[in-house]
Design a protein around this ligand. Sequence first.
Ligand SMILES: NC(=O)NCCC[C@H](N)C(=O)O
Length: 416
Amino acid sequence: MTGAAPVETSTPVTAPSVRSEVGQLRTVLLHRPGTEVERITPSNMDQLLFDELLWVEHAQAEHDAFADVLRGLDVEVLYVEALLAEVVADDAVARRVVERHVTERDCGPQAVGRIRDLLLDNPPAQLVEHLIGGVSVEEVGPGDGLVTTVSGQTQMLLQPLPNAVFTRDSSAWIGEGVVLSPMNRLVRRRETDLLRTVYSHHPRFAEAPIWFGGEGTEWFPATFEGGDLLVVGERGLAVGMSERTTPAGVEALATRLFEAGVVDRVLAVDLPKVRAAMHLDTIVTQVDVDAFITYPTMTASLRAYAVTPRPGGGLHVAEHAGFLQGLAWAAGLDHARAIEPALGSIRAEREQWNDANNTLAVRPGVVVAYERNVATNEILDTAGIEVHTIPSYELPRGRGGPRCMSCPVARDPLVR
Ligand SMILES: NC(=O)NCCC[C@H](N)C(=O)O
């Protein structure tokens, strides 16, 4: 087992509110990679959505550097695992979570009761480590039923969640509430339930509405993931329709948000259904009040649709004249700037694959980016964006950057 997360205070300092992509970030939710990443092997990495095996200690050091950069920019860093440990300190909550995650379908009806009890015997932090890191046959030992008898020692009875480091995707704060993502990929669906557990039980979030996903209803095949949601303006979102987020998922989300009066416009962007553009934030992120870093090879010809509430109920959908103009519309701006490399640049293609476009804005014109994406960072710098870089040998192997690895909970409102 790998070292536990650094302890963070969970005293509320700022009420949840995210009304932009670039307002001063006050509170962010991270997950420090741990045991779950040690359980990626050559045989399961494709299924677990990783392209390589990570050197875990180095991934942790890089992640700690990320958290340090954020703290240095006046951001409070929360860890999912710490909040979850506080929540499962309540025995009844712990039992319900374990019953949802450790099932007969994986463990068989013979062993499931014993395995649940074994997990529940752990102190909260270790229980959380198992919920995220998984449980192998070796850890529970033989003794009952076919599953624990015939399965190899390394067989997982509870699958690890190595993508938990990408806190962006399983939940997203929009306005003063949160949406829980109906994840497209089966191997990521437990992440959402863990976040649902945190938001439903942690006192820090007691006042915050859950706009979508609070009841845990199965939505598949209508799905959306947080990497496709950009809170570009106080009243507007841009949402990618990607390999992970479906048009039906966007409709379901927009309907809820309109009904709750959270936003009144959504730009739905039709993305290529490819891994390199798995979420909208892999090809475009906002870096200033009116500026976006984009990857023109993929963004130049995107079709985008304006989705608004139809008076009397339902949605109105109309194709928008251009992606960048659409972003401006959703953001409530007259005009938006694209900062971008040359169309078709090989260097830009390599850097986009390593999340050069996946920057995290900490305040207007100030972003965190991977240090390895030298050319893109130079383009940002030339455009007047202050870039804080973080080491990036190991973390990009999971195909996510600073924005993917962060879930903003509170940002200061923008002053216009
Ligand atoms: N917002 C993002 O683009 N998140 C990156 C997710 C990477 C993860 N390995 C996945 O395939 O889901």
